[in-house]
Design a protein around this ligand. Structure first.
Ligand code: KG4
Ligand code: ZN
Length: 336
């Protein structure tokens, strides 16, 4: 069955076509709104919703064209039901439901984070269930135990800022624009380690909870105190601190669950320093780490179409009538 996947939870419009029968991603296209939001230093929800509406038809046409298919070939339409910005979610859900109704197809709402954490299964080197998932995005930092499709147990999460949020806020302090995660990561590559020492929040707490808001405060304190601040060295200190905490907690999660596979998902999962450090820890401690393809780390429609395909194959979707809702706040552990 061909599944059209639509992602509109935040500031990327993603559309993809996944062939459930062949187990193959046929095409995916993403339009990022970052240039539009940059002037405001963050996502403006109303602008995000309107832009999703503007992009969706063209992106859907492009994906069908690349795969040499038409709407007549579609079997199901999947969209992000939550969590995310209410207006942005509504734009995608209304488009998906409307298209499904017009074509006489079932439509199904997908949890955004389920999309992220199943996305490494789209890689050539895919993990088997069960595994531990480290979800590190702009809005979430969580460790989950993934038993199988639809069975997710929260092991620990951030008490305040998400890892991506910490990257973005620190990047802003260093004048790197929005969203600054990738730029901060690049700047850190030329920085000297050890010049500035930042805290490793909750690293020794013995549990799987995180806290990142103090790091940004520590960076701010340094930027206001030091006259000649070496930005690259500070970026390096920040990245080293975040990576140390994420690696230590992931290793602890592997130990506590006695599982042997770790899956990393979400935008911060594209971070090179994090990948290097996790690979090192995995070699040392004897577990395997799996990542999505770099272009599928950040928000995209492929992970939504793919999660829908797995849920359909597992008999876990219930296609409903034309009425629909979105869930701006939605706990992943609550789905089945
Ligand atoms: O998963 P995602 O695309 O959107 C959410 O669902 O939040 O993640 C976006 C986040 C942003 O905070 C962005 O700065 C961060 O991921 N990010 C990175 C990198 N690439 C994206 N952070 C650090 N290093 C990167 N290479
Ligand atoms: Zn995301």
């Amino acid at each position: 069955m061909l599944i059209l996947g639509l992602e509109t939870s935040c500031d990327e419009t993603g559309v993809a076509l996944y062939d459930g029968g062949a187990g193959r991603l046929l095409a995916h296209a993403v339009h990022s709104q970052t240039a539009m939001h940059e002037a405001y230093g963050g996502v403006v929800p109303e602008l995000a919703s309107r832009d999703h509406l503007r992009r969706m038809v063209a992106l859907t046409r492009r994906v069908l064209e690349i795969s040499n298919r038409t709407t007549a070939d579609l079997g199901c339409i999947a969209y992000t039901e939550g969590p995310g910005l209410a207006g942005a979610l509504l734009a995608g859900a209304a488009f998906a439901r409307g298209l499904a109704l017009a074509l006489g197809l079932p439509a199904t709402g997908i949890h955004h984070l389920e999309g992220h954490l199943l996305s490494p299964l789209l890689s050539a080197r895919a993990p088997r269930f069960p595994f531990v998932a480290l979800l590190v995005s702009g809005g979430h930092t969580q460790l989950m135990r993934v038993q199988e499709v639809g069975r997710y147990q929260l092991l620990g999460e951030t008490q305040d800022d998400a890892a991506g949020e910490a990257f973005d806020k620190t990047a802003k302090l260093l004048g790197l624009g929005y969203p600054g995660g990738p730029a901060l990561s690049r700047l850190a590559e030329s920085g000297k380690p050890g010049r500035y020492r930042l805290p490793r929040p909750m690293i020794a707490s013995g549990d799987l909870e995180f806290s990142f808001s103090g790091l940004k405060t520590a960076v701010r304190a340094l930027t206001s105190k030091e006259g000649e601040l070496a930005h690259a060295d500070l970026a390096r200190a920040f990245v080293d601190a975040v990576v140390d905490v994420l690696v230590a907690k992931s290793a602890l999660a592997m130990e506590k669950t006695a599982l042997t596979r770790l899956v990393v998902a979400g935008g911060v999962g594209a971070n090179r320093q994090l990948r290097g450090a996790l690979d090192g820890a995995a070699r040392q401690r004897g577990f395997d780490v799996f990542y999505p393809e770099p272009e599928l780390c950040t928000d995209n429609g492929a992970m939504i179409a793919f999660a829908a395909a797995l849920r359909i194959a597992a008999g876990k979707t219930s296609a409903s009538g034309p009425a629909f809702s979105v869930r701006p706040r939605w706990d992943l552990a609550a789905i089945s």
